[in-house]
Design a protein around this ligand. Structure first.
Ligand code: GLU
Length: 299
């Protein structure tokens, strides 16, 4: 008889700056979804993009999470320790002709396709070119026009046409760094994550990550995309939009606000409770069906 699979969730911040309220939402949502089901919750540091990283950010993020009372299971995984695995995967995909080197720059793609700035859809110019020796290329994963389907726990059924959305996408950049889609697709599968809970700004990325898993014959988790917190100007809270870092001394109020944002109904007196009481209430009373699909107005 096979053992029932234990729920395993994760939170995977990039060490590009301190945590803000937007990251707190993803941390709280993924944590409660795991802990309410007596599952495990892992932390992974997505440190595969050195040019964007900030020195000390990983430690700072872990210290903040600890200060907010999050407890994680097993050691933190740093993606920078898995570069060999990612390279193997890229080589494997090239060998099977599922991936190929591409010498096009973003500028040349825009020019050739007449697309304007923004997210570029790559129509596969280099798909059938012979493999060049030049180190000046990125590696792209072939995609097809078939829709990628998944049933998101909150956002419902999705059908994404990767060819229209992104085209053959980059798995290893010109500067040899591996892409977020490749590393995340591999790690979510290999860490045995059963459900990825994160912000809905990453909903489209799910199709790329499912495709990576499929091409590498890896299992896929379920996905659950939470509403995204916006600032007064309607922009997503992010390091780029200079979101205010969260600080431990305000943890109870911020956790309370995060619960409200996620549609939970914590009793008002918990706003002045201690952190342990608030977590105890939240783990017991977590209701995924209360979480709104899109960003609620909390003020
Ligand atoms: N590391 C990504 C970020 O901080 C999120 C990864 C994910 O949850 O898939 O935005």
């Amino acid at each position: 008889m096979s053992m029932p699979k234990i729920y395993r969730g994760r939170f995977a911040p990039s060490p590009t700056g301190p945590l803000h309220f937007g990251s707190l939402i993803a941390a709280v949502g993924s944590y409660l979804q795991a802990k309410h089901q007596q599952g495990e919750w892992l932390i992974r540091i997505d440190d595969i993009d050195p040019p964007r990283e900030k020195k000390g950010a990983a430690i700072d993020i872990l210290t903040t999470l600890e200060g907010f009372g999050f407890e994680w299971d097993s050691d933190v995984l740093y993606q920078s320790n898995k570069l060999q695995r990612y390279q193997e995967a890229v080589n494997d995909l090239i060998k099977q002709q599922l991936a190929y080197p591409c010498s096009c720059s973003k500028k040349s793609i825009l020019k050739k396709t007449g697309q304007t700035e923004g997210e570029v859809v790559y129509p596969g110019f280099c798909r059938d070119k012979p493999l060049e020796k030049s180190p000046e290329y990125s590696i792209r994963l072939r995609c097809s026009s078939e829709h990628i389907h998944f049933d998101d726990t909150i956002q419902g059924k999705q059908a994404i046409n990767l060819e229209k959305l992104k085209g053959d996408f980059v798995i290893q950049r010109r500067d040899h760094h591996f892409s977020y889609q490749l590393a995340t697709g591999i790690d979510d599968a290999e860490q045995g994550i059963t459900e990825v809970v994160r912000g809905a700004d990453l909903l489209d990325c799910t199709a790329c990550q499912l495709h990576v898993q499929r091409m590498l014959n890896l299992p896929s988790p379920h996905y659950c995309h939470l509403p995204v917190a916006l600032n007064d100007a309607g922009q997503k809270l992010s390091k780029q939009s200079h979101a205010t870092p969260i600080v431990t001394k305000n943890s109870v109020v911020l956790l309370y606000k995060a619960l409200k944002f996620l549609g939970q109904k914590p009793p008002a007196h918990l706003m002045n409770a201690n952190q342990e009481e608030l977590w105890c209430w939240a783990k017991t009373h977590w209701r995924l069906d209360f979480v709104p699909k899109i960003n609620p107005n909390i003020n």
